[in-house]
Structures are given as structure tokens and as C-alpha cells.
Design a protein around this ligand. Sequence first.
Ligand code: PLP
Length: 375
Amino acid sequence: MADVTIPLARPWITEREHELVREVLDSGILSLGPMLRRFEEAFAEWNGTRHAVACSSGTTGLHLACITSGFGPGDEVVTSPFSFVASANAIRYTGATVVFADVDPDTLNLDPARVEEAVTERTRGLLPVHIFGYPADMDPLMDTARRHELAVVEDACEAIGASYRGRRIGTFGNPAMYGFYPNKQMATGEGGILVTDDDDLAAQWHSLLNQGRSDSGEWLEHARLGYNYRMSDVAAAIGLAQLERIDEILERRAAAAARYDRLLAGIDGIRLPYRGEHERSWFVYWVQVEDGIDRNAVMAALGERGIQSKPYLPSIHLQPAYRELGFGEGMFPNAERLSRQCLAIPFHTMIEEADQQRVAESLAEVLAAAAVPAG
Ligand SMILES: Cc1ncc(COP(=O)(O)O)c(C=O)c1O
């Protein structure tokens, strides 16, 4: 494989991040300090929710939301097999059973009809994922949740700023989790943030992520079984700097996606990202190869040209950690097909048009040569 000359993802770091990180370092308060509170308050205001509670990662925040939704042993929670493994793992951490429902082949999100079929008398909740930044179909999912009295946790890790029927995700009354890993639209290194309008829920999350400390403020009193899922003030400083530019970040990514749409239009053998009625927040840009084209061979040939790509995303139920629970091939055909055929190509906030052009030209060449039988 050639050296990577066009990377898949890269965070956008400016002098403002340095300035705010220096402010934290100079203050000497590296944890539970004023920067963390500033970041949480600024995020809540931007998101339009009463509270935003910062955590150490997207995964840990999802775990907290699953705990406070009451998921536990004997419960079933329905989620998507076409996601990053953490969304299902968060359910398993509580002792609840993961139940997958297949996805819609266009939106790549949970198919509400399959979700309805998956509900049993043991179902306690739904965990829709707004995959690749496109909102899950919340109206029918919320309808199912209401009829069966289910808690809903939204995995919005890839979808900051997306909206469903003009309404920003994370404002549907459910706990919703955003992720800030460096490949995300907004990055803090490791980190994420939970949002809610519910004062009591926010207080529970603040306690749970801080070793279950009691609301009395007594440092060595632990009211409940807690965790250390805190975000450091250094990470919060990076987050605040990024949040100040979030609208610009989202606009630049949307513009880069539109450029790819244009550059890749007319190339045979691939399908471009779905453009539906809801507003996507551009997390990744991916293409889906058509039947008969070997996605892995395409990725290898791009790699030879110094262009990084990733098989986004492997189906969760086919991971060894899920096969051992009895899952296997053929259970969720739409997810499995997407997992065989989709690849993410270089995409980030500051990607240059010249690099996108090179990716498009390389992809066209590789696909033209790809009369390769599927492996
Ligand atoms: C859909 C989804 N859920 C959960 C996570 C977990 O987030 P983190 O890596 O911050 O723990 C990620 C990202 O990595 C994700 O893409």
C-alpha cells in the first residue's frame, strides 16, 4: 500500500483551540472546572435544550442514557445492526438484551416497520441511530414507542445539527447523545455530550458520570453506583472552540459533500449518498458499489494510489462479539448488503477541492477496471 496522501478524516484545529486550552492550563483546574461548565452551557444553548451533560465519550454517554432509561436484565432494546458497535454495546452494558431490526436500504436507518415487528412483551426501549448524520424516521418510531410504552435513547453521535421535518434532532424529548471523537464533525479528542430538557435526568447523569456523587455536593459521599465518565476541562476547551464555529463547520462539510456529488455524478458502478427530505449533518461521505463489484478490491486499489478509505460500516451482528450471542449471516439482509458494498472516502471539514478531484478521478479509474467478481 502506498503512503496515505489523502486521509479519510482530520479535525479542524485553529488558534482558538490553543487559546482556550492554554486558558485551562494556566488556570490549573483541569477537571470539573469552569471550562467544562462553559462548554455544557454553550452546547445546551446552541442545541436548544435545557441541559447538555458532557461525558468522556459517545459510548459512555449512551451507557448513562441506557441506565437512566431503566434498561436492565430481562429487558429487550431494539436497535440498528448498521451502526458502530458502541450503540449496541451500550445496551449490553446494562444487562439488557440487544434486539436488531433491519434498516432501510436508502436512509440506512432503522426501518420502522421492522422495529414494530421486533417488539415483544419484554421490549423496554428503542435505540435509533441517526446513521451517517441522517435522521432516523422519528415519527413512526415515536409512535411505536408510545403505543408500547418504550423509552427511546437517540444515538446522535454522528449527527450533530441534523434535523427531522425541520426540527433539530436531540430535541424530541428523548435523551440524545452526540460524539466528539476526532473523525466527527466536531471533535474534543475523546468526548461526547448528552442532552435533555429534564432537570432531574441531567442531575442523575452529572452524578452517575462523577462516581455517583450525591447531590449534596459532599465529595466523598456516593449516593449511587457511579462511574468515572467525566470529560476533562482540556477536552471541554477544545469543544468550546469547535462549538463557536459549528455552523461554519457544518456548512463547509455540506459544501464538500455537494462537490463530491457533482464530481462523482456519472461514474458507473456506484451509488451516491441518499438525499432525502430531512437535513443530514455530513459525518462521512461514502459510496455504495453496485452488485458484482468487489468493494474490498476497490479500497485496495485506492490505497495503492495513497487514498484512504474504510469499509463503513460492518454489521454489528456479524462481529465476533455478537456472533457469540447467536447472531449470524442472513438475519438482516439490508444491513449486510450495505456492509459489503459501502466505503467511506476522504472527507473532512477542510478537504480541498483538488483532493476531492483526485479521489473522484481515482475512483473512476478503479471502478472502470473493476470487472472484478465479488469476493
Ligand atoms: C453511531 C455511533 N455511536 C456511538 C459512537 C461511540 O462514540 P465514541 O467513539 O465517542 O465512544 C460512535 C462513534 O465512534 C458512533 O459513530
